[in-house]
Ligand binder design. Structure first.
Ligand SMILES: Cc1cc2nc3c(=O)[nH]c(=O)nc-3n(C[C@H](O)[C@H](O)[C@H](O)COP(=O)(O)OP(=O)(O)OC[C@H]3O[C@@H](n4cnc5c(N)ncnc54)[C@H](O)[C@@H]3O)c2cc1C
Length: 504
């Protein structure tokens, strides 16, 4: 392919990358753009994960795009429906033709003299190396490694003669009918898999080291159903979206302020759906407070139903060793298994694993500070999408894309080409992701940091971010605007400068 240039280069054609391209089409129609996608299909997470029952655990009124109403009756949707929604949206907004599949971005080099990124990609289908240049790099590459999910040390696993699978690479030929299945894990994937497999398996056991909060929610949204009968989707959708946003914020805030109350409520709700005398304390009562890790949602309580009907059970124990026919646990119990599923999580990966250099110097991601959770200190004209940890990913993805479009229009209006975030003057830093989940603990040190105050602090609060990112000032003490060829911006804001005078 010839070396070509676009105004904006988007990396990744998942929910975020397709959304970013649609935002550009809608609000910056004069900008040229391309989307480079490593895989042979669009949809990201919703194309990669093919395990039985794969679904969202947030409602689709907030996981859907702000500009494209979710019209399916199910509020909690299966993976296929979400993938179709992403594809249909790309088609409808004329984005599909701009997506170049099989293009894995390896690195990007910024040159201040020309105010351009040179982006190197490799075509996985032909092995060809491809170079593009762009004015703005928009990384929508998700947050985890696609090639390998996380599998902890499994003692004695080599002795196991059954089938061992990771949900990230579900084998298309795996038939679990009549099989005894053990699912290792207690997160969203495990609680999804267990009831889905229980339909045809002989029996399914969820083997967890420690419990997670599990909450049953209706797979339908009553308000959405009622409004849809009376109002057009364009009117009903934002109303339901805001209702769910506000409920989510209220739940999160209540969990933070009154964790014991919320904990009691969650355990009581679980007990109400399980058989009398079930040991809720042992299997559904975590050692941490609600929202220290994400809550696991089970639509219509399907996990509890499977357990109540005896098709599935939960075992809270540690693995002593695998045996040829299953697992032996620390308690001495044996779990026979024809299939073992390691629903043990993801490996975090920032910026899709690409290297980034600014004027020849490699950027150490862990040393950067995220500006408004979406740009990196000292790195010009680059934005990345990282969604909320306590609400639907797309709520934030939409705001990031909106903000990028505002920045691009501001640059044009002021005759400038470069926007560079600065690090906060205070040296205090916090981890970018404020969750205690295993996959976060394992990988968070390698990620950019956040500061302790705005605009470097992440509040994980959508209504607040709407004000900041849709309506807030573009010019503040955390960012410099400049022209091509200007010397690179200093790392830190000048304390003598008024906070909002950084407009070029
Ligand atoms: C099983 C599962 C269930 C989930 N459920 C929910 C949920 O219910 N609610 C919620 O809010 N979030 C959920 N999430 C988080 C989920 O990832 C987001 O909702 C959303 O799909 C992220 O979209 P994305 O486009 O940002 O990233 P991804 O879906 O990860 O897509 C990133 C894309 O970028 C491509 N890419 C990566 N690196 C490169 C590179 N170097 N070059 C080119 N292309 C690259 C990938 O191939 C991929 O297509 C879930 C995640 C998983 C794994």
């Amino acid at each position: 392919m010839a070396h070509d240039h676009v105004d904006v280069l988007i990396v990744g054609a998942g929910l975020s990358g397709v959304g970013a391209a649609c935002h550009l089409r809608r609000t910056c129609p004069d900008k040229t753009y391309a989307v480079l996608e490593a895989r042979g299909a669009i949809g990201g997470t919703w194309d990669l994960f093919r395990y039985p029952g794969v679904r969202s655990d947030s409602d689709m009124f907030t996981l859907g795009y702000s500009f494209k109403p979710w019209t399916d009756p199910k509020a909690i949707a299966d993976g296929d429906s979400i993938r179709d929604y992403v594809r249909r949206t790309a088609q409808e907004y004329g984005v599909t033709g701009h997506i170049r599949l099989h293009h894995r971005v390896l690195g990007a080099e910024w040159d201040s003299a020309t105010a351009r990124w040179t982006v190197r990609a490799r075509r996985d289908d032909t092995g060809e190396d491809v170079t593009l240049t762009c004015g703005f790099l928009f990384v929508c590459a998700g947050y985890y490694r696609y090639d390998a999910g996380y599998t902890p040390d499994l003692p004695g696993v080599d002795a196991y003669e059954g089938r061992l699978v990771h949900p990230q690479h579900w084998p298309a030929d795996l038939d679990h009918t009549g099989k005894r299945v053990v699912v290792i894990g207690s997160g969203a994937t495990a609680v999804t898999l267990v009831p889905a497999l229980a339909g045809r398996a002989a029996h399914v056991t969820m083997l967890q080291r420690s419990p997670t909060y599990v909450i049953a929610l209706s797979s339908r949204d009553g308000l959405a159903d009622a409004l849809r009968r009376r109002l057009p989707a364009r009117v009903a959708y934002p109303l339901v979206r805001w209702k769910n946003v506000l409920l989510g914020v209220a739940n999160f805030q209540l969990s933070r302020r009154a964790p014991r109350l919320v904990r009691r409520f969650l355990l009581r709700a679980a007990a109400g759906r399980l058989p009398a005398g079930y040991d809720v304390q042992r299997h559904f009562s975590p050692r941490y407070d609600p929202w220290d890790q994400r809550l696991c949602v089970v639509p219509d309580g399907d996990l509890f139903t499977a357990v109540g009907q005896g098709r599935a059970d939960v075992v809270t124990d540690r693995i002593d060793t695998f045996t040829p026919t299953g697992l032996r646990l620390a308690s001495g119990a044996e779990l026979p298994a024809d299939v073992v599923v390691t629903a043990t999580g993801l490996n975090l990966l920032a910026l899709g694993g690409m290297t980034v250099t600014v004027d020849g110097a490699e950027v150490g991601l862990a040393q950067t500070v995220a500006y408004k959770g979406m740009m990196l200190s000292g790195v010009p004209n680059l934005a990345m999408t990282i969604g909320y940890t306590n609400a639907s990913w797309t709520l934030k993805a939409d705001l990031v894309a909106t903000y990028v479009c505002r920045l691009l229009r501001h640059l044009d209006a002021t005759g400038q080409q470069v926007v560079t975030p600065l690090a906060p003057a205070s040296g205090e830093r916090a981890p970018l992701i404020d969750l205690k989940s295993g996959y976060v603990r394992r990988g968070v040190d390698a990620l950019p940091k956040q500061g302790v105050s705005a605009p470097w602090r992440l509040y994980q609060n959508y209504p607040r971010d709407v004000l900041l990112m849709r309506h807030g000032r573009l010019t503040d003490a955390g960012v410099r605007f400049s022209r091509a060829g200007a010397p690179p911006a200093p790392d830190r804001p000048n304390p003598a400068r008024p906070a909002d005078a950084a407009v070029g």
